[in-house]
Design a binder for this molecule. Structure first.
Ligand code: NAG
Ligand code: NAG
Ligand code: NAG
Length: 297
C-alpha cells in the first residue's frame, strides 16, 4: 500500500475515535447519574424492553376450565416471573385480577382476565374474594425480607428497578422512625395475614411453592405445579421453558452497598417467617392425613 493511503487510513481511524469519544461525553447520550443512581431498566422504561421470545405462540385455555386457579402471592414474591415460566412451558396465557398496562403490552395479554380461560389468575388479595371464584390455589411464598424489599423497589422504581439509597432514610414527620421502618412493620403484618388467611380460610386445596425453591430447582418446582394443575407437559416444552427461564421480568440483582434492615427488623422478620412456615407445615400435615383417609375409604 502506498504510504499516502496508509496515512489517510490512520487519519480516518483517529477521526473515528474522536467522534466516538465526543459522542460518549455528550450530555445527549443519557445522564450518567440516572444510570448509576437508579435501575437503568426502569430509566428506559418498559416500552423499550426487548420483546419476549415465547417457546410457543400464546393461546387461551381450550376448553376453558370450569373454575379459575388462583396464583396467590404477597407483592414482590416473584409472581410475574412464575407467570412467565408457566406461559413459556404451556403456551397458555395467565390472568390477573388486576389490570397492569405495562404487563399487558409485554407478554401478559390476559391481564384483568379471571376465569377458566387462563391457566392461573394472579392475586395479592386475601380470600374469599368472590365466593366460588377459585376452587384451588397456588400460594407462592418468598421470604419476607426479600419480598418487602422487592416491593419497596417496585413502588419506587417500577417492576425491575431498584430504589435509591435515600428512599430508605426519608422521614416524613417528627417520628424517630424512618418511613422505611414504618413501612416494614406494616408490611410484616400484611405478609403474615395473607398467608394465614389462605392457609386457614380457603376451602379448596392450596399448593405451596417457595420462591427460593423455584429459583434453586426451577424444573422440579414447575413439575410440582403442573401435577397440581393436572396439566401434562412434555419434556421438550419443559426444556424450552428452562432454557428461557431468565426472561426479562427479573429485577437485576444489584450489589447493595448497605443493608436497609436493622437488627430489630431482622428479629421481627424471623418471628413472622417462622410462624408462617409452621402454618404451612400444619396445613400440609392435615392435607396428608386427608389424602390418607381418602385412600383408606
Ligand atoms: C376488566 O374487565 C372487566 C370485565 O371483565 C371490565 O368491565 C373492566 O372495564 C376491565 N378493566 C379494565 C381496566 O380494563
Ligand atoms: C386435578 O384433578 C383432581 C382429580 O380429578 C381434582 O380433584 C382436582 O380438583 C384437579 N385440580 C385442579 C387444579 O383442577
Ligand atoms: C406430606 O406428604 C408429602 C408427600 O407424600 C411429603 O413429602 C411431606 O413431607 C408430607 N408433609 C408432612 C408435613 O407430613
Amino acid at each position: 500500500m502506498p504510504r499516502r493511503s496508509l496515512f489517510l487510513l490512520a487519519a480516518a481511524v483517529v477521526m473515528l475515535y474522536f467522534v466516538i469519544i465526543m459522542f460518549m461525553l455528550s450530555p445527549l447520550n443519557g445522564s450518567k447519574s440516572s444510570f448509576y443512581g437508579h435501575g437503568y431498566m426502569n430509566h428506559f422504561s418498559y416500552r423499550q424492553l426487548p420483546a419476549v421470545n415465547w417457546c410457543k405462540e400464546l393461546r387461551w385455555r381450550s376448553p376453558p376450565a370450569p373454575h379459575a386457579v388462583a396464583l396467590v402471592s404477597y407483592p414482590g414474591s416473584g409472581n410475574t416471573w412464575l407467570r412467565y415460566l408457566l406461559q413459556q412451558a404451556t403456551g397458555i396465557v395467565t390472568g390477573s385480577i388486576y389490570m397492569d398496562h405495562s404487563l399487558r403490552v409485554h407478554g401478559f395479554p390476559a391481564e384483568n382476565v379471571t376465569d377458566g380461560s387462563v391457566l392461573v389468575v394472579k392475586t395479592h388479595e386475601a380470600p374469599p374474594l368472590e365466593p366460588d371464584k377459585f376452587k384451588s390455589a397456588i400460594l407462592l411464598i418468598r421470604n419476607p425480607r426479600d419480598a418487602i424489599l422487592a416491593d419497596f423497589n417496585r413502588l419506587h422504581k417500577g417492576h425491575i428497578g431498584t430504589a435509591p439509597k435515600s428512599a430508605f432514610k426519608k422521614k416524613s414527620n417528627e417520628h424517630k422512625k424512618s418511613d422505611w421502618a414504618t413501612y416494614v412493620s406494616h408490611q410484616l403484618v400484611g405478609w403474615e395475614s395473607l398467608h394465614r388467611l389462605w392457609l386457614t380460610r380457603f376451602p379448596g386445596p392450596v399448593h405451596v411453592v417457595y420462591y427460593e425453591a423455584l429459583v434453586q430447582d426451577t424444573r422440579a418446582v414447575l413439575h410440582g405445579i403442573f401435577d397440581f394443575l393436572n396439566h401434562t407437559i412434555t419434556e421438550y416444552d419443559m426444556n424450552c421453558a428452562i432454557s428461557h427461564k431468565e426472561g426479562i421480568y427479573r429485577r437485576k440483582k444489584k450489589l447493595q452497598d448497605f443493608d436497609p434492615f436493622t437488627t430489630e427488623m431482622y428479629k421481627a422478620l424471623d418471628g413472622v417467617r417462622n410462624r408462617v412456615l409452621s402454618m404451612v407445615a400444619d396445613y400440609q400435615k392435615k392435607q396428608n392425613e386427608t389424602v390418607r383417609q381418602n385412600a383408606v375409604k
